[in-house]
Each structure stands twice: as C-alpha cells, then as structure tokens.
Design a protein around this ligand. Sequence first.
Ligand code: RTP
Ligand code: MG
Length: 139
Amino acid sequence: MATNRTFTMLKPDAVEKGHIGAILEKISASGFKIVAMKLTQLTKADAEEFYAIHNERPFFADLVEYMTRGPIVAAILEKDNAVEDFRTLIGATNPEDAAEGTIRKLYAASISENAVHGSDSDENAAIEGAFHFSGRDTF
Ligand code: RTP
Ligand code: MG
C-alpha cells in the first residue's frame, strides 16, 4: 500500500452514540479521501490479533470486550502524510489530553472508550488495511 494511506476504525462507542456521520464529515473536511469502508463487528480473535501489541497490558481484557461489543466502521483513508495527519486529527489517546477540535476531544468519553483508531505507522496502516479489506474492495 502507498504511504499516503492510513487505516481507521470508528469504535463501538462512536457507532452506539450515532456519531458515524459527524466523524466521517470531519474526516472528509480535513482532506482525507475514503478509499475503502464498511460496517463490521470484530470477533474476540480479531480484537486480540489487532491489539496484540497490548496483550500484556492491564487494560487488554477490557479493550477486547469494548472493541467487540458492537459494530465498528472500518475504513482506509488517503491523503498526503496520512498516518501522521490522521493521528493529529484524532488527538491524544486520553480525550482529556486531546487538543481542542480533535475527534477524541469532541466524541471520546475516556481513555478506554475513545471513539476512533488511527494507525501509528505506514507499516501498520498497510497491515491493518489488509486485515479488513481485499484489493477489490479498495479504490
Ligand atoms: P488506537 O491504537 O486505538 O488508535 O489508540 P492509541 O494508539 O491512541 O492508543 P494505544 O496506546 O495503542 O491503546 C490502544 C487502545 O487501548 C485503549 N486503552 N485503554 N484504560 C487504559 O489505560 C487504556 N489505555 C489504552 C484505548 O481504547 C486505546 O485507544
Ligand atoms: Mg495504537
């Protein structure tokens, strides 16, 4: 995958609260083009694999429970400098630390339930995008 792409999930709390439209609007208004997107639900095995880097952390079981409790929106986004710019757009992991106007400041309830995921490197963006989408579902 080209390095001008990143991967996102609108997490179960954002979907439950009806924030899909507002968050996608903000993503589009910030210059990101959606090149793949679907409503889906992670299985326990999916969430454990997706967040495997955190499997020794004390919050891991809660994270897996949270990420599997309802549907998510998975998407691949395209923009120059996509990974870094999208992390800036979503804000800090803890919404209390997130900058004004960021997606987490606007829509996240807590460090645990923080509305949105953004890949943290070009390599992970490619891995995470391929986890959810085949080539024919990516534009
Ligand atoms: P993400 O991977 O979802 O984009 O979030 P991130 O990079 O900002 O944060 P990361 O350190 O990768 O943590 C992954 C997700 O785990 C949950 N978390 N809970 N209770 C806690 O202290 C805690 N810390 C992290 C959050 O859902 C976080 O986004
Ligand atoms: Mg992360």
